[in-house]
Design a protein around this ligand. Structure first.
Ligand code: MN
Length: 740
């Protein structure tokens, strides 16, 4: 265990003005408070807060943060109170420790609704003081490093929460070193099979890698020195998790991954980054499409660097990151690194200054305040956590940062809600483009608006940002309401006419209380929706009036027929939970599958070869007289309906995560003809809890067999995990999902 003076020494190395007495007091206080408590490893409990403090000294954080780390578990686990900490260490540290206590018990991988609420609490605590997050990340890092001591049953949950929430948060705050370590440790716990396979295969090519790294380091250093640039060139093998992610993303097998080593070139000043790039590109051929300039447009978390990939000696692909020492510190320490370059004041003031990462946090918190449902908030925050950013510009040159895959509609709403609401078209880099296209980095986007336009409800499933989705939903609700109110007005006016009574708005408004309605529009919309009878409105105004019962009931209550176009508008806009009978052959128990976005009573079924699983983007195709068929958006079968846009319905999954059902999917796989290869494939699927429904094989050559596997999975994430595990196997040369 680290000694008291060692901790103080670590802090003094980067902060000569540290308050030693304060650190000493906290050390002794925490050690006494935890007393004889033990960790799962058998170590004294105090070793944990001490390690957490040590991790934070690597980030060179201020005294208050280090002290908060030492005390972070005291309120929760010992007799200590907030008041006591305030008294002994001051209110600033008291608030930090209380913030950490609040978020300690938050379960971030529980059921959707609870998870969302917990994530919200976490972000609110962080928003109060971002140092809470820094301590929390260090806390989680130490817990992950010692995860093997924790009872088996708890490990997966902790690792899952780390991979889903804390690692992306670290990344978003720009703390890449911590992010990477959290990811590797979680991956190892959650996918032991894939981890072992990748590590094994890395080991078998280690010799080759070491040679290549040494060779390139030497060549590049010399080449740069010849050009008068002093650079620190370091190469390393990629980490298993980043390799796995790449296999998942690029849908390639291990063998096709050619760039398994990467280099970092650290130079003295900014101009040398570009000179180095020039030298690299004239020495080795560059791989097109891989160059990225994060110096001129930094990532939202403040990351700056040049990235390129070249074909190095030995014909292998080599990835290079070129940056200055200062950029390197930001890349590694992120938001914590900003403390390094300024002096005076407390670190906190420096941290809260407008760094890009902090801006992201603030915007996320603002979104919280806009009052979306917690589930929606979760969906969007997760999306934004996981996705890289694209940067686009307004015609006046204002930079708008959006999550990757964002559309011009998201862009419009990011500029201003009114612009989003009235957008009817756009120009990307001067060219008229569809509003649903995917934005590319660096594009200039001009939004064309039309006064009085309202956003189509269908946009809701196209946009990526929470802000856009919430605004579209608001506008859609208002438009639908107006539509119903218009219909209601016609019905009411006609009823008054039939009754021979004058339809007088002020008198109707004066009688609203008898209908328990707050506004005329509200009452008319209720009539339009069929919740209120037009005749009841007459009765409210003329209590003495009686209905002419000679008119047959049916005829009297017949609502105005809604036109087909009107029906579509309603069907698209309404978010009605709809239960669908299960796919017989697929789910023998026949569970109901809820899908959102479908109105009323039409039967719904899945396309026979569709294989849609929750997480897939889906569309419904309307067949008059038959009902609605659900297809995954990538299904080639949809091509037939291209010319009939009026049959397309926007639908969304509404699976609430409590009942887990299995859904069918089909894989096409090419396997080496080796003894036992099929058994290995089956084992991988089994270990991931996939059900194999059917397997068909056809030998295409003496070396390879094509295998079609029908499996049942819970959702897209589950399916992708299975695919990635299969790709990691050496007997598998390719795996693709197959859609119809
Ligand atoms: Mn702890």
């Amino acid at each position: 265990m680290m000694r008291q003076y060692e901790l103080v020494e670590r802090v003094r190395r980067y902060n000569p003005d540290t308050d030693e007495a304060l650190l000493n007091r906290a050390y002794v206080y925490a050690m006494r408070a935890h007393g004889t408590q033990k960790r799962a490893s058998g170590d004294p409990y105090f070793s944990h807060p001490l390690e957490v403090a040590a991790i934070l000294t690597d980030l060179r954080l201020d005294d208050a943060t280090i002290v908060a780390a030492l005390l972070h578990d005291t309120i929760e686990d010992t007799a200590t109170t907030r008041a006591e900490i305030d008294e002994l260490f001051g209110a600033e540290i008291g608030a930090l420790v209380e913030g950490l206590t609040k978020i300690k018990k938050l379960d971030l991988v529980s059921k959707q609704a609870a998870q969302a609420e917990n994530l919200r609490k976490l972000l609110l605590a962080i928003a109060e003081d971002v140092r809470v997050l820094l301590v929390k990340l260090a806390d989680r890092l130490h817990n992950m490093r010692t995860l093997h001591y924790v009872p088996e049953v708890k490990r997966n949950r902790i690792a899952e929460e780390t991979l889903e929430i804390y690692a992306p948060l670290a990344g978003r705050m720009g703390m890449q070193a911590i992010r990477e370590e959290l990811e590797e440790l979680s991956f190892r716990q959650l996918s032991p099979e894939a981890y072992r396979t990748i590590v094994g295969r890395l080991e078998s090519s280690r010799e080759r890698h070491i040679q290549a790294i040494a060779e390139i380091e030497a060549q590049l250093t010399k080449k740069l020195a010849d050009n008068g640039i002093t650079a620190e060139v370091t190469g390393r093998e990629k980490r298993p998790y980043s390799i796995w992610r790449k296999m998942e993303r690029k849908t390639v097998g291990f063998e096709q991954l050619s760039d398994l080593i990467g280099f970092r070139v650290i130079v003295g000043e900014l101009a040398e980054c570009y000179r180095t790039l020039g030298i690299v590109h004239t020495t080795w051929p560059m791989v097109p499409g891989r160059f990225k300039d994060y110096i001129s447009t930094p990532k939202q978390n403040g990351y700056r660097s040049l990235h390129t990939t070249v074909v190095g000696p030995g014909r292998q692909r080599v990835e290079l990151q070129i940056r200055t020492r200062g950029m390197q510190d930001v890349a590694e320490y992120g938001i914590a690194a900003h403390a390094l370059y300024k002096d005076g004041n407390s670190a906190y003031e420096r941290l809260s200054s407008d760094t890009q990462a902090y801006g992201w946090l603030r915007r996320t918190i603002e979104l919280l305040a806009e009052g979306d449902s917690p589930e929606e908030f979760l969906e969007h925050t997760k999306l934004e956590l996981f996705h890289d950013q694209v940067f686009c510009f307004t015609p006046k040159g204002r930079l708008i940062a959006l999550p990757r895959r964002a559309t011009p509609i998201d862009f419009a709403y990011a500029v201003h809600t009114d612009i989003g609401d009235t957008a009817v078209g756009c120009k990307i880099d001067g060219k008229i483009s569809p509003l649903v296209s995917e934005l590319q980095n660096g594009s200039e986007v001009e939004i064309i608006t039309a006064t009085g336009a309202t956003p189509p409800a269908a946009w809701e499933s196209v946009v990526i940002t929470g802000k856009a989705r919430a605004a579209i939903r608001r506008a859609t609700r208002a438009a639908i309401r107006a539509q119903y109110a218009g219909l209601g007005r016609k019905l009411v006016e006609r009823a008054f006419e039939r009754a021979g009574k004058p339809f007088d708005e002020p008198r109707v408004i004066a009688s609203l209380h008898r209908l328990a309605r707050t506004s005329l529009e509200d009452a008319l919309a209720a009539v339009g929706r069929g919740e209120l009878r037009a005749n009841d409105v007459i009765k409210a105004v003329f209590p003495e009036w009686t209905e002419d019962v000679s008119v047959p009931q049916q005829q009297r209550r017949q609502p105005e027929p809604i036109t087909e176009a009107g029906w579509f508008a309603l069907a698209r806009a309404r978010s009605v939970k709809f239960k669908v009978p299960g796919h017989g052959a697929v789910s023998p128990a026949g569970p109901a599958i809820p899908i959102r976005g479908i109105n009323g009573d039409l039967p719904v079924r899945f396309a026979p070869d569709g294989g849609a699983v929750p997480g897939d983007r889906i569309v419904g195709i309307l067949t008059p007289g038959e009902g609605i068929t659900i297809y995954p958006i990538q299904s080639p079968a949809l091509k037939v309906f291209d010319d009939e846009p009026e049959r397309w319905l926007d639908v969304r999954w509404d699976v609430d995560g409590q009942e887990r059902h299995r859904f069918p999917a089909r894989l096409k796989l090419t396997s080496l003809n080796e003894p036992g290869s099929l058994a290995q494939i089956a084992q991988v699927i089994g270990e991931r809890d996939g059900n194999i429904d059917n397997v068909r094989m056809s030998r295409r050559s003496p070396d390879f067999t094509e295998v079609t596997i029908d499996i049942e999975v819970f959702d897209l994430k589950h399916l992708n995990a299975i695919i990635a595990d299969l790709r990691a196997k050496s007997v598998v040369s390719s795996v693709e999902r197959y859609n119809g």
